[in-house]
Design a protein around this ligand. Structure first.
Ligand SMILES: [Zn+2]
Length: 632
């Protein structure tokens, strides 16, 4: 086989050999890149959980005790199988006993605390207009299929997936005390109800326009929309004083609430609620109910089988106790030296970003000053938090409770904690991601960037890699996160994390123009039989573009810099092999472009790419100068 040239396909040239040999683990949708790092972290922590549960290892993080108890309960397959569906019966009976809408009104708060889906979703979030305080937010309910687009008449994937979901529901319903006739009725009603909701809630593409979530309404107006539910009475269960204003994240779903919730279709809702709760609970019941409950998720992502029970135990503990486990991971495995090293790299990249803004061609002075202010005040969260958020000390896992009961209790405490935030100021020291997560993020409402300890590994970062490789890895990721402050969403927030227009009219028009070009650069690219939706992935592509731009600028300041090593490691971090189902899923649902395109498209915008590898119009990785885009 002829070797693929870098000039034709950077991603294949760098990763081809690995891609050919790599096998995707049976219990995962992907291999390589982020996934490989994640597997490493998982292996380390699974081993620690084993030792912690056996008492051969101890930790002074007391919240870890409860996480270990959850782990042990998952591993106690004998007890789970003996209990069967029993632990779910109290909540299922509670739902069955709801007589009518009036009765439902008296039970809404209880349902919320028990994680039972209501006809609307709600919670407390930082206010986009004043990031110091919280707001009460309301949105429509969740649908069964991952996106509204799957519900289109001609969408084959949607029809197939819904059949798989139905099958899964039938199997679970079979273990309840419902008669065969009722099982069928419940299932059909669930599908009917879900189809109604799907006509009103936002699509993934609409959700990607983050700023459009901010729709303030008077409480009275929202209460009116949500009739015949008594929204104010519901809130009074939690608050002595009611908020005057409610933020409606998807106005259509709330304004047209009556379309899917009214006196007539109360029963549809009730059956939908029963079946959804049953499947949700099944995850924490006997082995066969658990395995059945994962069938749909696995069909979506192409995962062949459930992980072994030890891994299930770790993964559940990791989900419920993410922060304590992240602090444990950080303290145990992340060195202070690495932390210092990367914080200084982040600062260097922020300084270079400021330089680039100063020399920017499309901005006027006034806008530049504001952008620089935003960079100067950006906060860095590196590795893991100093202490565990106090909510975790409120979580109690009782030895004698069933796994399901324990999970519900933990969730209840987390839900209450969220509810209780409403009239409290936003705590800016809170972390958006735990230390053991292989990821990084920018939070527009806090103007902060978070780099969990777990991403600070090879190939992203290593003291054994060259500085050029580190710049193409973690450097570009850092630049990417900073750029989110200036992507199509982030650009609408100021240095304090508030929605504010800090642009001159002309500058914003220019920026919009560049955003449009970025949409076009990716839109409609064929990928595994599907097409990239340029609008869905634009914010991430602006961030990738900015990440490469700022790190390449730093490369120029280093004598003898190897741009070859830079670009090769950039391609390496995106190395990913994925199940075909998962590729299709991501194309519709993910705001990131496919990993291969993230490796191959951004470099083409930069002169350094052409100079380093002598890329000309004869090569596949060439684009004409007038098509090249550099935004930041
Ligand atoms: Zn991003």
């Amino acid at each position: 086989m002829q070797k693929i040239r870098v000039q034709d396909d950077l991603y294949e040239a760098v990763n081809g050999e690995w891609l050919e040999k790599a096998e995707i683990p049976a219990d995962r949708p992907t291999a390589g890149g982020f996934s490989e790092l994640d597997q490493n972290v998982e292996k380390i922590l699974m081993n620690d959980f084993k030792e912690l549960s056996e008492g051969t290892k101890t930790t002074n993080i007391k919240e870890m005790q409860d996480a270990v108890l959850i782990y042990k309960k998952v591993l106690d397959v004998k007890r789970r199988n003996a209990e069967g569906i029993k632990p779910a019966l109290p909540i299922l009976d509670f739902i069955s006993d709801i007589k009518d809408v009036n009765d439902l009104n008296t039970k809404l708060a209880d349902l919320t605390l028990n994680s039972v889906p209501l006809p609307f979703e709600c919670g407390v979030e930082p206010d986009m207009n004043d990031a110091r305080k919280h707001s009460y937010v309301v949105l429509g309910p969740s649908i069964i299929l991952p996106d509204t687009t799957y519900y289109a008449k001609d969408n084959k994937a949607g029809a197939q997936l819904l059949d798989i979901w139905k099958n899964m529901a039938v199997n679970a319903l079979n273990q309840t005390e419902l008669s065969k006739e009722n099982q069928l009725l419940y299932l059909n009603d669930t599908i009917k109800y879900d189809a109604l909701i799907a006509q009103k809630v936002k699509s993934k593409l609409e959700w990607a326009d983050y700023v459009k979530n901010y729709n303030p309404f008077k409480l009275d107006e929202v209460a009116e929309f949500l009739k015949p539910l008594d929204f104010k009475a519901y809130l009074k269960e939690f608050y002595t004083e009611l908020p005057e204003q409610v933020i409606v994240y998807d106005p259509k779903a709330i304004k047209e609430f009556n379309f899917y919730f009214n006196e007539e279709n109360f029963t549809l809702y009730k059956h939908w609620c029963y079946v959804k709760t049953l499947l949700q609970a099944s995850t924490f019941l006997s082995e066969d109910l658990h395995d059945n409950s994962t069938v749909f998720r696995r069909a979506l992502t192409g995962v062949e089988k459930e992980p072994v029970v030890e891994k299930q135990g770790y993964q559940l503990a990791s989900m419920l106790f993410s922060e304590p486990i992240g602090v444990y991971y950080g303290r145990t495995y992340f060195g202070e030296e690495a932390k210092k090293d990367i914080v200084s790299l982040v600062k260097k990249i922020i300084e270079m970003y400021k330089e680039r803004v100063k020399n920017n061609q499309f901005l006027e002075e006034k806008t530049k000053e504001k952008a620089i202010l935003k960079l100067s005040t950006m906060e860095i969260k590196m590795g893991y938090p100093d202490s565990v958020n106090k909510v975790y000390s409120l979580l109690k896992v009782e030895e004698d409770d069933s796994l399901l009961k324990s999970v519900m209790e933990v969730r209840k405490a987390l839900i209450l904690d969220n509810i209780n935030k409403l009239f409290k100021p936003v705590d800016r020291t809170e972390w958006a991601m735990p230390g053991h997560m292989v990821n990084a993020c920018y939070n527009p409402s806090a103007n902060d960037i978070t780099f969990p300890a777990a991403i600070l590994q090879k190939p992203f970062y290593s003291i054994n890699q060259t500085v050029f490789e580190n710049l193409g890895g973690i450097g570009a990721v850092i630049g990417h996160e900073i750029s989110h402050a200036f992507d199509n969403n982030g650009a609408q927030f100021d240095e304090n994390g508030n929605l504010a227009n800090w642009w001159t009219e002309k500058d914003y028009a220019n920026f919009k123009d560049l955003t449009k070009k970025m949409i076009e650069q990716f839109d409609g690219i064929d990928y595994h039989g599907g097409k990239v939706n340029g609008e869905l992935v634009v914010s991430e592509n602006i961030a990738d573009n900015g990440g490469v731009a700022v790190t390449l600028a730093i490369m120029h300041n280093i004598k003898g810099a190897s741009f070859k090593e830079y670009f090769e490691n950039w391609a390496k971090v995106w190395c990913m092999k994925a199940k075909e189902e998962y590729i299709q899923y991501l194309l519709v649902n993910d705001v990131h472009s496919p990993a291969k395109l993230r490796a191959n498209i951004p470099p083409r915008n930069f002169d350094e790419w052409y100079e380093t590898f002598g890329v000309t119009e004869k090569d596949q990785m060439y684009i004409a100068p007038e098509k090249r885009i550099i935004i930041w």
